[in-house]
Write a new protein. Structure first.
Lengths: 213, 213
DNA sequence: ATCTGTGAAGCACTTCACAGCG
DNA sequence: CGCTGTGAAGTGCTTCACAGAT
């Protein structure tokens, strides 16, 4: 069976709410309550979960601890994942310093850049390697995920190199639609693109001319 | 007419490619060529654009400069936008220091935090204000957009305060589904959630146990 | 001949509504 | 009686395919 990608995208949110409920000591939860917390219809939650199994009990709801574990297993969150980060500029350094990855099992194990000034330097405990050696290094030390934090103009070539190294999941911080062969999953994450689509809805309600400040 | 949100989300990508083409000096572009660059079908591009007008010429294609300008106008990218940033921790500082907003017309004009140690300090040229005063400050100096970079547990209350201050567009860095009244647009941007959905597809192809490193 | 703009068809996701179980 | 799991209906986005313009 082929599960819609939108469903997969919602699962991490479900998993996170369930973890909260677990910490709050709640044993059972209904699709209605989960839906309220998530801003999603109860039917959608039941339908989404039904792709993977029958986790609930009629008349009762879902066992929070059990469902949480099932989702973590389905998503692979119960295992560690290795990441190569490409691009150690301002953004790359922020990503390297970000404390939110490792508690969730994501570990950046390789860092690459093209700037000779920082190649060889150690940043946040990781030696920066030459991106020209990316394929060679990934052969020696494979990773599961690539994070691309290079300028837009270089992102496609970096992604191509990652794909040649059999990296199948890529998080792309460059504001462009990257091309990749089928089987490779790319997610774009760009705050400017996100803002640029929201301004569409703001056009007629702009609060004040900037010059007035 | 009500234009699908997915269409609005694609427009910034179109606008960006058109700007590249403009800089490359290309005068005309067909939906086929645009589609190739963007990994989108030509029909989708034509359909998307047709929601807003008839910008092309049959037999020729689209005038790059003209279409670029139309899209910038449709999205409101030809105007400056004011932003309030809430949460000046590690992430908030990275956002404050990010050079990518202002070239696109996004200007952070207010910074808030709840930590007494940094309230009053100046960071990246902006005085950090007390988040408890958010509504008062936004009354004096309205903004168009709010960026929320506070911990998950505080994000909803911050969003509620922004909404009370008539902020209608919010970029939320917290990894949760925030609630807001209709008319308010929230986009979530969280790298961990993005990774957590990609691992679903990786489950059976994990490269190596992390312990082996 | 080429390429747009667009109704109509096709496809995919969401919601409904209810049988069935606890 | 409450709540899940799920076919079926509903809705909305994407793709097709072609008339029409250059």
């Amino acid at each position: 069976m082929d599960i819609p990608a939108v469903v997969i995208d919602r699962l991490p949110l479900y998993a996170r709410v369930l973890e909260s409920l677990e910490h709050e000591g709640q044993a059972l939860v209904s699709s209605k309550e989960l839906g309220k917390r998530l801003g999603v219809t109860p039917a959608q939650i039941r339908k989404d979960l039904s792709y993977f199994g029958r986790f609930g009990k009629q008349g009762r709801g879902y066992n929070v601890h059990h469902l949480s574990g099932e989702l973590r297993n389905i998503l692979g969150l119960d295992r560690p994942w290795r990441i190569a980060l490409v691009g150690i500029g301002q953004l790359g350094r922020a990503i390297l310093g970000y404390q939110g990855f490792s508690p969730q099992g994501f570990k950046i194990v390789l860092a690459f850049d093209s700037n000779p000034v920082i190649i060889g330097r150690e940043i946040a405990g990781l030696k920066v390697r030459d991106v020209a050696q990316l394929e060679r290094e990934l052969e020696r030390q494979p990773v599961d995920i690539g994070i691309v934090a290079v300028p837009e103009g270089n992102a496609q070539e970096v992604i191509d190199a990652l794909v040649r190294s059999n990296v199948q999941s890529i998080l792309n911080y460059a504001p462009m639609a990257a091309q990749a062969p089928p089987g490779v999953h790319i997610k774009r994450i760009d705050p400017v693109l996100a803002l640029q689509s929201m301004t569409y809805y703001l056009k007629d309600t702009q609060v004040a001319p900037l010059a007035a400040s």
